[in-house]
Write a protein that binds this ligand. Sequence first.
Ligand code: GLU
Length: 553
Amino acid sequence: MDNKKLAELLFPQIEQTKEEIENSYKKRDLPQGARVTRFAPSPTGFLHIGGLFAAFVSERAAHTTDGVFYLRIEDTDKKREVENGVTGIVKGITDFGIKIDEGMLSETESVGDYAPYIQSKRAKIYQSYCKDLVEKGLAYPCFCSAEELNAVREEQEKNKENPGYYGKYAKCRDLTLEQIEENIKNGMPYVLRLKSPGDENKRISFEDGIKGTIEMPENILDIVLLKTDGIPTYHFAHAIDDHLMGTNYVIRGDEWISSAPIHLQLFDVLGFETPSYAHISPIMKEDEETGGKRKLSKRKDPEAAVSYYHEVGYPNKAVLEYLYTIANSNYEQWRMENPDTPMEEFEFDFAHMSKAGALFDLVKLTDVSKTYISKLTTDEVFEGVKAWAEEYNKDFYELLMKDTDYSKSIFAIERGNEKPRKDIAKWEDTPAYTEYFFNAPEAYDFPENLSKEDMIEILQKYKKVYNHNDIADDWFPRVRDMSEALGYAKAPKFYKKNPEEFKGHVGDVSSVIRVAATGRRNTPDLYQILQVLGEKETMDRFDRAISALKEEK
Ligand code: GLU
């Protein structure tokens, strides 16, 4: 067979040679050990938390070694594409503080020397490499129809043989140039297949950064390189791209492990250096129905979509911190030992990644996020809440913005002290958290152990002794003194010793005051709350509570 002639026949329009392309992509000049990694999603617009996690791990793997992390868009499957899918993905990643050094920035813009970073703009590049493979006798056109391939599959099933296009089933492998010319003249559609040099008795093995040594049978399939429309398959396109873009560490979901023999063979046949691999296990979730574990599902779990975290208002950095905890098993220990160190300083590594799949746990995320928010400044909290409310809760946004100093003073309560409270996990919690600052209580959760009359007495007395100018240190002694005067123990321990001597203790008294002012039994520091509410509002609230108690039957 005259391969050169065949190559010309199949690719007359391809003028640029493989060598010319190779020369136009310069080798990266990076320090020893620097990893070049990429995130390579399809532009479906939907970013799964597993995708974000893979992007995060890839970014860390690159940036902890002074390497490069880039975003490549794999849009060879046009069916899956949505409008502005690229921009959505870029935003989805960068919002979380994951820095993209190179690659696509939007549907049309990109940054970096290895462009185009989107596969649909690289068709000619792939075809040049195909032309070269055909010239070398390593690829051939296949004219088999869908029906013929189905018949092959059925026969293989019947004979309990491995499925696929190989050996005696690879009918087009040995077509003559004349037959090919004839088919093409007749307008028969064809795909381009790899002439696999694989041997079914041989095995391949590679070191996976996360999973360890992986051994599998060598690939013997004549896989499709170019589809009938001249668009490459993922297998082929990614190999060319990873080579030209200088990727030396491929980090991706472990659903690709089964394709690794194909990929290693492709790198070999193409004369490329093989990259290192790390295959990430999918993010798992406890399954309430079965008690076991299952993959986090786009259909069943709202938290599978990255957009969910925005909608409910988890701060991006809190989500990122959580990703650290599920990425590396030693992160939490490090965080405990270094509570105030920026998370970027943690030394991420593959060795501490779960082989089985990180378990995603919203309760844990909530915990991480509460701690994160508890350490923010008042202004940071305010800005976070504001941005969230503007997008997702317009009424609350209006309320917040009416008097921003007042709103900030709510978030300032018990903030900045040594043990800040952890009341807020996500911005969506804040309308309920701040409710009583904007509206006097409608209902009161008064303690059950005091009579209505006792509570009225407490509030009336407190109104008299209350001094809005008290400093924090004087506030509680005033409540305590008043409690004693009304026949309550000044500390719970005295009450416990001789309960018959008292009506209750100071805790009951402050509880009545708290509920009168806020409607709730549990709140942050009551002194600070009353300071924020202001003297007039505080007094009004006590009056309202007294009236409500009086009206009660
Ligand atoms: N486009 C592939 C995917 O979305 C990329 C796999 C890879 O990272 O190589 O799964």
